[in-house]
Ligand binder design. Structure first.
Ligand code: KMT
Ligand code: NI
Length: 201
């Protein structure tokens, strides 16, 4: 399933290393010069993604249906973020951008608008994943991440879940959680194997 619906994905999902300036979180925060990251590197972090159509007809989308069936995404709802439509907008925006993890996957499908999902790489550097209409992304359980709108200030996204949704964010640090340990074992430790400076304690 990870290898399906990849055509033209670069048009709706891009990733790059972030600078460390304190400017507005909604700006792109490219490094100088820009350091783009190929999307297959994201899969090494457990982040998977697809390109679908976006827009309003997700109920009739056979490709979305295939993904949901293959991955067990039984639950969906819509999350629309703009000041007019979201209760407690400012507080929510702030909490989305606090670095956190979940004990389940975070699955989002951008129907309209755009936003940035920032994830930590194996060396704890921020990668900014820009997702536009049609981009669908899965952040694995246990990855530290955050979300912000970009300067267009609007996203309408489908939120999916396996079973009854639990959206609880665990703000960093929450390294003792089993989901975090499992994430490290699956996606971070590999990089350290064979590096005696790190593994010989
Ligand atoms: C989250 O969990 O960060 C969000 O739901 C952000 C909005 S989804 C586009
Ligand atoms: Ni989250």
């Amino acid at each position: 399933m990870e290898h399906e619906f990849q055509d033209g994905k670069e048009g709706v999902i891009q990733a790059w290393y972030m600078d460390d300036s304190d400017e507005d979180q909604r700006l792109p925060h490219h490094r100088e010069p820009k350091e783009f990251i190929p999307l297959n590197k994201l899969s090494e972090l457990g982040v998977i993604s697809w390109r679908l159509k976006g827009g309003d007809n997700h109920e009739d989308d056979e490709n979305l249906k295939k993904i949901r069936e293959a991955r067990g995404y039984t639950y969906v709802d819509i999350c629309e973020i703009c000041p007019e439509k979201m209760p407690n907008y400012e507080a929510k925006i702030k909490s989305f951008f606090e670095e956190h993890l979940h004990i389940d996957e975070e699955i989002r499908y951008c129907l309209e608008g755009s936003g940035y999902f920032d994830v930590r790489d194996q060396d704890d550097c921020w990668i900014r994943v820009a997702v536009k209409k049609g981009g669908m992304i899965v952040l694995p359980a246990g990855i530290y991440h955050r979300f912000t709108l970009d300067t267009d200030n609007y996203i309408k996204a489908l939120r999916l879940f396996v079973g009854e949704p639990v959206w609880t964010p665990y703000n960093r640090p929450h390294d003792h959680l089993p989901a975090r340990k499992e994430y490290i074992d699956a996606f971070v430790k590999k990089e350290e194997a064979g590096n005696p400076a790190i593994t010989a304690h």
